[in-house]
Each structure stands twice: as structure tokens, then as C-alpha cells.
Design a binder for this molecule. Structure first.
Ligand code: SAM
Length: 282
């Protein structure tokens, strides 16, 4: 018989403490240890709810070593709650390594769901598209960030990013440069006093952020509309103009390749369009 304890993965609020769930409170109260990203931060949360459970640190710099020790505790029958500073552990936060170690050791892992900034932002955005891609944080350095965005440029899904206040302006400018003019929703300070949700075209977003520095403060989720469908890409008048001009002087394949690079439209969409624009070559 397995006498191991259970590892609970417990979501905590992303701002408003009322968003803690009844189940999270019960779990945090009854486990033997709470493994926290920042013990001082979580001590405040526990203090607010009158919970006195012992805390231990588990953060990105010690996760494997601390995780192995926690697995030993679990194997010895202790139960542990894993929390991060805010929201759901292991979502752009530490936690996945401990969960993996525990599962490999045959320990029962129980999610205790609750707040998550990406889902909160999506739920209040009014974006009706059924599919989204959760990306989390883009690279901090501009060249790497633009490279990462290039890879996302053609995806038809809503793109969901996390961003820090000191980088939001440059990131939004890069989103506009690489992805072109799509709809952007900036969800800031969700569940907190200065919560704001603003939607505008990507190309207007840098100016909107600069118009009032308060708009750059706090925590952000950025939601970007997915790439237009292939037929829509090829139907764009500017794309058609580029392709027609290139077809004038270049062989079809080369014109399509260049037009795709210039416009960001998909090659197969442009190929179909090129066939309608230029009579078939011998
Ligand atoms: N694990 C968390 C979750 O489940 O959402 C995310 C942690 S990640 C380290 C922190 C980032 O999440 C912030 O930089 C911001 O992009 C986003 N975030 C967290 N709280 C937020 C809030 N109240 N409003 C908007 N974005 C928030």
C-alpha cells in the first residue's frame, strides 16, 4: 500500500485576495508544509487568512534540489501545497519541476485551480475566436523578441503574452512592427484597484501607452488577434499590388517567395493568387 503524502498545486489570487478559493484555504490550512516561491510574500497571504502552516522556499534557482527534498517528505507521508507568488503555479512560474519529480516518484498530484491572469484577461476581452496560444513572457532582448515574434506571425490563433511594466512599451512596438496591424487588448492590473482593459489597433498602442505614463504601470496581459485566414491575406489589396508588381518582372515562384517575405502572407495563398494574376508559364 502507498503511504505517500499528496502534492497539492494551489492557485492563489493575482491581486484581489477575495479570489482565493475555499478549497485552497482548506488545503493551505491542513497540509504539513507550504512550498512557496517567496516565503515572505506567501507568509502575508497566509497571515491574512489566519493560517499558520510551515513554509519552505521553492523558486526557480533551487527548484530541483529543493524539489528532491520535498519529494522525500512526500514519500515519508507528508502532504505539501505548492504555491507561487500569484495565480497558478507552473504557469510562467516555478512548480513544473517539482510536479514532475513527484509524479515520477508515484506521488499523487492534485490541482486546486483558481486565478490565472491569462484566462482572466481572455474572459473579459470579448475576443470570440475559439483558439488561443498562451505564450507567456517574450524574450527580454529586442533581437530575440523579434525573432520569437516572427515565428508566431502566421498563426491564426489569438496570442497571449505576459509583460512587465518596464518592457511593455518596447514589446508592444515590436508586436506592431512584426505582426502588422491587428487588434490588441491590454489587460492591466486585473482584479486590482487600477484594473483597466483597453482594446485598440496594434499600431496605435505605443502612442496610447505614451500618452499617459500611468498606462504603463502595473502588470499586463497582452492579447493579440491571430493572423488573418489565408484567403484574407491574399485578398489584401496591398499584398495583391506587391505580387502583381513582382510578377511583372520575375518568374512566378520567385515573385511568390518575395511577396511572402514582404507582406507576411502565406506562400500557398500567394501562389493561388499568382495563378489567377498571371497566365500559366510554359
Ligand atoms: N502564475 C501566474 C498566473 O497564473 O497568471 C503568472 C505569473 S507571471 C510570473 C506574472 C505575470 O503575469 C505578470 O508579469 C503579468 O504579465 C501577469 N499578471 C499577473 N497578475 C496580473 C494581473 N493582476 N493583471 C494583469 N497581469 C497579471
Amino acid at each position: 500500500m502507498n503511504h505517500s503524502g499528496t502534492l497539492y498545486v494551489v492557485a492563489t489570487p493575482i491581486g484581489n485576495l477575495q479570489d482565493i478559493t475555499l478549497r485552497a484555504l482548506e488545503t493551505l490550512k491542513t497540509v504539513d508544509v507550504v512550498a512557496a516561491e517567496d516565503t515572505r510574500h506567501t507568509a502575508q497571504l497566509l497571515g491574512h487568512f489566519g493560517i499558520q502552516t510551515k513554509l519552505t522556499a521553492l523558486h526557480e534557482h533551487n527548484e530541483r534540489n529543493a524539489g528532491q527534498k520535498l519529494v522525500e517528505l512526500l514519500l515519508a507521508g507528508k502532504s505539501i501545497a505548492l504555491v507561487s507568488d500569484a495565480g497558478t503555479p507552473a504557469i510562467s512560474d516555478p512548480g513544473a519541476i517539482l510536479v514532475d519529480l513527484a509524479r515520477q516518484a508515484g506521488i499523487r498530484v492534485v490541482p486546486t485551480p483558481g486565478a490565472n491572469a491569462a484566462i482572466a484577461a481572455l474572459s473579459a476581452s470579448g475576443i470570440a475566436a475559439p483558439h488561443f496560444l498562451f505564450y507567456g513572457f517574450l524574450p527580454a532582448k529586442a533581437a530575440q523578441r523579434r525573432h520569437a515574434l516572427e515565428k508566431l506571425r502566421q498563426l491564426p490563433h489569438t496570442l497571449v503574452f505576459y509583460e512587465a511594466p518596464h518592457r511593455v512599451l518596447e514589446s508592444v512596438a515590436d508586436l506592431a512592427t512584426v505582426l502588422g496591424d491587428r487588434k490588441l487588448t491590454l489587460a492591466r492590473e486585473l482584479t486590482k484597484t487600477f484594473e483597466s482593459i483597453h482594446t485598440c489597433p496594434l499600431t496605435q498602442a505605443p502612442a496610447w501607452l505614451e500618452a499617459d505614463t500611468n498606462r504603463q504601470r502595473g502588470e499586463f496581459v497582452l492579447l493579440v488577434e491571430g493572423a488573418p485566414a489565408i484567403e484574407e491575406q491574399a485578398a489584401d489589396p496591398e499584398t495583391q499590388r506587391i505580387l502583381s508588381t513582382l510578377l511583372h518582372d520575375l518568374p512566378l515562384k520567385q515573385a511568390v517567395k518575395l511577396a511572402a517575405e514582404i507582406s507576411g502572407a502565406k506562400k500557398n495563398a500567394l501562389y493561388e493568387l499568382a495563378l489567377t494574376l498571371k497566365p500559366e508559364q510554359p
